[in-house]
Design a protein around this ligand. Structure first.
Ligand SMILES: [Zn+2]
Length: 224
């Protein structure tokens, strides 16, 4: 907490001035380009990874960057409404053009799904992860791996693709995607390598977003 307080004071004293004009423009309205769905993990810092400014990303975080799928009968989330409330707001009100699901290496949620140890002491976490674990067990994909990731990291990458399929179970996403108003992307952050990977649907694997990969990603973009 001390570090946070010092950071606030530092921001107030030195940095806030540099952002004054930007925040003045943002004060009455936000117009983010993308909904960024990622894990609560402290090592994943979306604005740092993508060098984005305040106002650029609408961020939804939870343990394991999970999106509960839609129930075909009720039209509601199968578990929790929080994620879908953020989704509805981003798509219907903010009209974001892109939705990114970003997983990461050494993810504690994936580790807990794999090991199942100590989970009885955290019943809510267990419920949340059990749901995702069962979905992951049923989910098959022809994903290839760009390098010899650990089994846990391979599941983490698979988990990103699973969440993209969950997003598409929502009629509002399906409709917006069909009308080319929105595009879904799977990203994955390698903490040790400090590299962001993007799922390449043509090659069926996550590739580092370097200059060459960025050219391919730009070519696939439909909105910007
Ligand atoms: Zn995580």
């Amino acid at each position: 907490m001390r570090k946070l307080l010092e950071g606030i004071l530092d921001f107030r004293a030195k940095r806030a001035a540099g952002y004054e004009l930007l925040f003045k423009q943002l004060a009455k309205r936000q117009n983010p380009d993308a909904l960024f769905i990622t894990c609560s993990d402290s090592r994943v810092v979306p604005n740092l990874l993508a060098s984005t400014n305040p106002g650029d990303l609408f961020v939804m975080r939870n343990v394991g960057n999970a999106v509960p799928p839609c129930c075909a009968h009720s039209g509601h989330s199968q578990t929790d409404d929080s994620e879908i409330a953020a989704l509805e707001y981003a798509v219907q009100f903010l009209r974001v053009k892109d939705i990114i699901v970003c997983g990461h290496s050494d993810c504690g949620a994936i580790q807990a799904i794999c090991s199942q140890t100590g989970m009885d002491a955290a019943p809510h976490l267990k419920n949340w992860l059990d749901f995702n674990r069962l979905a992951l067990e049923k989910f098959s994909t022809d994903l290839e791996f760009a390098k010899a990731w650990s089994a846990q990291d391979q599941i983490s990458q698979k988990n990103v693709l699973l969440q993209l399929t969950h997003l598409m179970t929502y009629p509002l996403v399906k409709k917006a995607a069909a009308q080319n108003q929105i595009q879904l992307h799977g990203w994955w952050f390698d903490i040790e390598g400090v590299d962001v990977y993007a799922y390449n649907p043509d090659e069926k694997k996550f590739n580092i977003i370097d200059e060459a990969e960025a050219v391919k990603i730009r070519a696939r973009l439909i909105n910007s």
